[in-house]
Every structure is written in C-alpha cells, then in structure tokens.
Design a protein around this ligand. Structure first.
Ligand code: SF4
Length: 471
C-alpha cells in the first residue's frame, strides 16, 4: 500500500536504487540526449511562497509521447524563519533522494545533468502527472526538513522556458561554488560525509572537505555543514578530521575511521588527493572521471556530457562503469568539476602537471584555475583523438609529463636487460606487484599485502557471470 493514499504508486526507501531500462520506460526527462535541463532550489521570503502550490509549465507527463526524451526544469522554492540561501544546495540535493523513493521513478545526477525515467508500469498504474510527483516532493520536504515552513514546486517541460531559465540556474550554481572557494582543508577540524549514493553504490562515502568538493558537484563543505546542522540524522554528517597521517596524499585518521564504519569495513583507508592506491571511492553520479593513460604517464579527464570518445578510445559511460560502484580503482577517479578548481586537485599525483587531455568544454570552464605555464600544453579533442597523436602533441609542447618519460626510460632499459638475463637462466618472472591485491576464491576474498607474484605463464580469460550464462 502506498505511503500516500492519493498517489497511484508506492513511495518508500525500498525504491531507492531502482534502475529503469530503456525498454521499460514510458518517458525520459533530461538525460544525455537533452541539452538543457536543470533542478534548482531557491530560498525566498515567506510572502513570496504559496505553500503546497504545484505548477506545470508545458506538457504534463500524460501528454508526452511514449519512449521520448524531453527537456525538464524542476524549481523548488522554499521559505522558513531560519532558512537562508546557504541551505539551497542542501534542499536541492534532497530532490534526488525523494524522487527516488517513488516506485518506478528513477532520478540520476544533479543540477544541470539530471536524468529521469518513469517506468511504463508506474505510468499504467496512474502516475501520469507532475501533480503527483510534486505532492510527494512537497510532503517529503515538509516532513523530513521541518526547517522548511512553506514550499512551492514548479515543473517546466516547455523547451523554450527551460532554455530561458537554464543560464540563471548555471549562474546560481557558480555563485554557490564560488562562495566555498578560498577555505583550506587545514583551516578546519571537521569534514563532512555523505552516504546518499549508497542506494546505488553501497560502499561509497563522499568525504567533503573545503578543497575536495563532493563527487556529484552538488555539495560543498559549507553545504555539508549546513545539512549536518539542520538534519543531524540525515545522509550528511560531520567527520572529526582527526590526526593528519599523510599531508601529501591527504590521509586523516578521522576519515579512515568513519569510512570504515560507514562501509561495514569494506573501505579502510582513503587518500583524498590522489587517484592511486587508496583513492576516494567513486559512486555513480560523479560529474567527471580522471583516468590514467599509461602510454603517456598522465591523466585524461572526461565529463558526463562529453558525447564523443575520449583520447584512449573509451566513452564517458565506459570509463564511468570502470570507476563506479563505491570502489577504489587505481587510476580511475570519479569527481566533480569543482574539484578541478581546487589546489588539492590530484595534488599528490602532480596536479595539473599530470593532466594531459580533457574536453574543450571542460577546459573552458576551468581555464582560470589551470596554471598559465601548462594550460596550452594540455590537449583537447581538437588536438588529439588517439594516444599516438596525444604523445606527439605532448612532446611538441614539452608538457611536464615528458620529463617523466625520460626518467622512466632509463630504469626500464635496465630492467629489460635484467629480465633477458633471468629469462635465459630459466628464472620465473614477476608478473605483478601490488600494495594490496584482492583475489576471489571459493566465496572468500583473499587480500595479499605488498605481494610480488611470480609465474611461468599468465593466461587471461574473460569470466562470464553465472547470471549471464543462465540468460
Ligand atoms: S555524490 Fe556524494 S555528496 Fe553527492 S549525493 Fe552522492 S554521496 Fe552525496
């Protein structure tokens, strides 16, 4: 039975994490094929809000053709005696959580990147109007965040109106982000954690610091602070930073403790400023992925809205699949665009001196934060569409990574000579070294710490999952 009698489908936390495939969807709102879409929360004076008012500008769900993708703007305007603009980011991020409580309604991402699907099944049950969606949002906002005294919600599907409001929304996001710049991690004794994405990635915890924005790009350290204050039992909570264990990598005892607890021991160590060894986990709604390109010993970055394939031949979605799920994957790092504006942006790996490729659109957005001596040495899709071309570009421009190639070549040549010698003597060769190497066997996970593995022969085969074999 539904949590709300007048809503035709069920509403509850059990629907969080529900995925709706293309074949099962009635309509898609926003998403990769729609250029302009947004969700925005605004705090307004009391007399400007009509509590409970739901407005639809443009066609309602029942008027949208089955299987199509449509523009969408969601505007949540709230008022309350103790509400201020500092809480807009917090209110806005709740839209994601609350909409995912609706049976057959999937909400992904945030801000200008929203991607929503309504299932055919829920549509057939009668969920065919934004009026119902608005009622659910209204009731959850009022019951979960009592600090909100009045709230009105507007859904915009008229593409011209969405396009008109889109630049204002982008301006609002930028002003919010700009406010959070300037504070340093060492200036505070509390960080903030968020587990909102655990419904999709159960071992993911975002650690939000002044200099490491949340992966989704929707929650700054200030937003985290505000959220933890107004809703201490909610998904955003304070983390006592604790002792600084490693300043270069960004390891703090308090972060390790909290992450271990919140991931049921699955993740025990987090290095905030690197994509290697113990990187911050990646959920699924990160705005961009930094990916290591071994051929040039540098990182590429690709964002969600980049349509082509990145310089290593892989699209955003393929790279995102290799990164997501709450895992710590060496060399793959889900992150926000705002993190690229931070002095701590992959600082332990060389920061901007290690970035070799990124889409032109992203370069334009963060250009004021890229050091002047490296900006022209970083390729975009206009300079290189493959690794060979990238290598030539970097060499021509004398990108800082080129100096690393020379440094690496010398020991590599020595190692090669040694390998030939040892092979001739019939010695087994090391095939892998790792600080921590997990092996799955007989239902157990065996972790080899600081292992060096030797083998006469290595055979790599694709393992089909039981599920896919049964299909
Ligand atoms: S990406 Fe991080 S901060 Fe954003 S909603 Fe998910 S867990 Fe929270």
């Amino acid at each position: 039975m539904s949590m709300f009698k007048d809503i035709p489908v069920d509403v509850g936390v059990i629907y969080e994490g529900e995925r709706i495939r293309r074949n099962d969807m009635q309509v898609e709102l926003g998403g990769p094929t729609v250029k302009e879409k947004f969700e925005l929360a605004k705090v307004k004076p009391m007399d400007e809000i009509e509590d409970g008012k739901i407005t639809i500008i443009g066609p309602d769900i029942k008027d949208l053709k089955e299987g199509g993708a449509y523009a969408l703007g969601i505007l949540v305007e709230a008022a309350g005696a103790t509400l201020d603009q500092g809480l807009e980011g917090v209110i806005e991020r709740r839209i994601h959580g609350y909409l995912n409580y609706i049976e057959g309604f999937m909400h992904l991402n945030q801000r200008y990147d929203i991607w929503i699907r309504l299932s055919k099944k829920s549509f057939q049950k009668g969920l065919n109007s934004f009026e119902s969606i608005g009622k659910v949002l209204y009731r959850l906002f009022k019951s979960e965040l009592p600090i909100i005294e009045k709230v009105q919600i507007t859904f915009i599907t008229d593409p011209a109106k969405v396009a008109e409001l889109y630049p204002n929304a982008m301006q609002d996001y930028e002003s919010r982000d700009a406010k959070a710049r300037g504070l340093k991690d060492e200036d505070v004794d509390k960080f903030y954690g968020c587990t909102l994405c655990q419904s999709f990635a159960p071992t993911h915890v975002c650690v939000i610091t002044p200099q490491r924005y949340s992966n989704c790009g929707a929650i700054s350290w200030f937003d985290g602070k505000a959220s933890a204050n107004v809703d201490p039992k909610g998904p955003v909570f304070a983390i006592d930073r604790g002792e600084l264990i490693n300043a270069e990598k960004g390891e703090f005892s308090g972060v390790n403790e909290v992450v271990k607890k919140r991931t049921m021991g699955e993740v025990t160590q987090v290095w905030l400023y690197t994509a290697f060894d113990h990187p911050h986990t990646s959920c699924g709604c990160f705005e961009a992925v930094a990916f290591y390109i071994p051929e040039v010993d540098g990182f590429g970055v690709v964002n969600r809205s980049f349509k082509g394939v990145s310089v290593n031949g892989l699209s955003f979605s393929t790279l995102a699949d290799s990164t997501a799920g709450g895992r710590q994957i060496d060399g793959f790092h889900g992150m926000s665009i705002e993190y690229m504006r931070s002095k701590k942006f992959l600082s332990a790996d060389g920061g901007w001196n290690r970035i070799v490729w990124l889409p032109k659109e992203v370069k334009e957005r963060v250009k004021d934060f890229i050091p002047k001596d490296v900006i022209d040495k970083i390729a975009t899709e206009e300079n290189a569409t493959g690794v060979d071309a990238l290598k030539s570009f970097l060499k021509d421009k004398n990108h800082p990574v080129v100096a690393r190639w020379a440094a690496e070549e010398a020991p590599a040549a020595e190692a090669e000579a040694l390998e030939v010698k040892e092979e001739a003597a019939g010695t087994m060769m090391p095939v892998a070294t790792a600080a921590s190497l997990p092996i799955m066997a007989g239902g157990f996970k065996i972790i080899l710490k600081d292992a060096k593995i030797y083998a006469n022969k290595v055979i790599i085969t694709t393992v089909k999952s039981e599920k896919s074999e049964k299909r």
